[in-house]
Design a protein around this ligand. Sequence first.
Ligand SMILES: Nc1nc2c(ncn2[C@@H]2O[C@H](COP(=O)(O)OP(=O)(O)O)[C@@H](O)[C@H]2O)c(=O)[nH]1
Ligand SMILES: [Mg+2]
Length: 295
Amino acid sequence: LLDGIGRNDRMSLARAITIVENDLPGSAELLRGLTPGHAHVLGFTGPPGAGKSTLINAFLRHVIAMDKQAAVVAVDPTSPFTLGSLLGDRLRMAEHFNSESVFIRSIASRGTLGGLSGRIIEITDVLRSAAFDYIIVETIGVGQTEVEIAGLADTTIVILVPESGDDIQAMKSGIMEIADIFVVNKSDRAGADAFANSLRTMAESRSGDEWEIPVINTVATEGNGIGELFEKISLHRHSAGFTEKHIHLLTEKVYQLIRNNRMKDLDREELKKRLAKAARHSGFNMYAFAESYPG
Ligand SMILES: Nc1nc2c(ncn2[C@@H]2O[C@H](COP(=O)(O)OP(=O)(O)O)[C@@H](O)[C@H]2O)c(=O)[nH]1
Ligand SMILES: [Mg+2]
């Protein structure tokens, strides 16, 4: 399977992702065997309906024209029980669905906090081991998700629309910390330039950073502004390195991994048996029991 992943073999990729997404047998071994390649990981985040999928679609057209290869992971932003939005994303990107140079995968959000799939890091790591030039992760931006996506991606693109002014106030600090590039999509609508300017002012006030956050106006449905976006994305890759936000996400993730490893030997049935005995005694104290377990 690892061989197949390295060759961008579609079947191998699809299987490997299913294995790590569902934590099937072999998942841990697979993850341990991964060797990251040179892909540029792009996070596309922003409110629902901002045009993320449409923008990615337009971006993919560029990727294909340049003879590059890309993988897309779309996290279903809505409830894990509705197939509708999943299909919606697939249909929107259908133009590239059968292209040799594009691999698209939709995953359910599983209702994890912030809407990001608990396994998105693992899935992205599988794709990193393949031979893609770009790995694009589409997520809906809500609180926690933004921090996660920022740690995951080499370049985080925050997509907003001219009407996003109020949202900005609400998520101001978070969004400022994670954005490497701002896109004002739907710039065919009124107020786009004014909004872009106020974003620019906010971006400039972010201090202590070498990278000046660009604000790009796009009309994703027409493909306008995509060339500039492509350019800034490449520029960002060469100017930025491994940052504080990457360390932050890595710490969270490895903390989880260590905890899971330590809990591996804890047998629930055995615990139940012992509890059944201990709890009958008068004066049973749950906290003392837990602290001295297995004792
Ligand atoms: N007017 C206009 N509509 C757009 C533009 N980009 C996307 N849309 C439309 O906005 C809707 C939501 O787009 P979608 O890509 O699904 O947004 P997502 O939820 O952020 O992925 C669709 O009906 C798109 O056709 C744009 O630049 N201008
Ligand atoms: Mg979408």
